[in-house]
Design a protein around this ligand. Structure first.
Ligand code: PGA
Length: 256
């Protein structure tokens, strides 16, 4: 946690979710109602096919809805892509950019990720910018070098705490059930905090740094308690309302 920073518990449904999954979304929307929502922000990023209907399902809930990627352009001849303006038009308020699956599957570079984040900010959509080392990079002792480069090159100069969120996701921890030790998470987040402050001065103190990679109900409280961990980006466990809500509610004790 970071003093005076409102944590964000975010779910990334990836390429999962049909209309039938809206029941889970509805349950999440209901489950996050209540006093904790003043202190903790919640977000689900369903696939783009469900974006518009998803925002309609949770209009009475504090749950925010976001997308998983956007193009760098506002509109135009880019078959299959969606723009940040389209996300905003569907009442989406966040977009994930630079997820490691996109960096790998679509060879996205830091420069492209940064341009996507800039497009999001221009459309008034907050950007969750993902960074993280691979298993080989960690074994080679390059973790902090990778994070330094990805943070420098993927994050736009106009980043503010209200509009940009960083998600530290060690690639080897995503979908594997493996997580770094608390000491390793603490080291990475402290490093990222120092880099953010060096670049964005006092604004950098409150830019949220989420942890992502095999966050589950059983490990969330321990991970979220670590200094400079300002929430979670959750893949698999965000598909089930019960699991997502259990992670969200770990803040009941942490903030008590
Ligand atoms: P996971 O995915 O929680 O299934 O490990 C995290 C992510 O990719 O954001």
């Amino acid at each position: 946690m970071t003093p005076d920073v409102r944590p964000l518990v975010a779910g990334n449904w990836k390429m999962n979710g049909l209309r039938a999954s809206l029941d889970q979304l509805k349950a999440i929307g209901e489950g996050v109602k209540g006093p904790l929502s003043d202190k903790v922000e919640s977000l689900i990023c369903p696939p783009a096919t469900l974006l518009y209907v998803a925002t309609a399902v949770v209009t009475e809930s504090p749950l925010a809805i976001g997308a998983q990627d956007c193009h760098t352009a506002i509109s135009g001849a880019h078959t299959g892509d969606i723009s940040a303006e389209m996300i905003a038009d569907c009442f989406g308020t966040y977009v994930i950019v630079g997820h490691s699956e996109r960096r790998t599957d679509h060879a996205e570079s830091d420069a492209l990720v940064r341009a996507k984040a800039e497009a999001a900010l221009a459309a008034d959509v907050a950007a969750i910018i993902c960074i993280g080392e691979t298993g080989d990079e960690r074994k080679a002792g390059q973790t902090l070098d990778v994070l330094e480069r990805q943070l420098r090159d993927s994050v736009p100069d106009g980043a503010t705490a209200a509009r940009v969120v960083i998600a530290y996701e060690p690639v080897w921890a995503i979908g594997t059930g493996l997580t770094p030790s608390a000491a390793d998470v603490e080291e990475a987040h402290a490093f990222l905090r120092a880099e953010l402050i060096a670049r964005f001065s006092s604004e950098g103190k409150s830019i949220r740094i989420l942890y992502g990679g095999s966050v589950k109900p059983g490990n969330a409280a321990d991970l979220m308690a670590i200094a400079n961990v300002d929430g979670a980006l959750i893949g698999g466990a965000s598909l089930k309302a019960e699991d997502f809500l259990a992670i969200y509610r770990s803040y009941e004790t942490l903030l008590a």
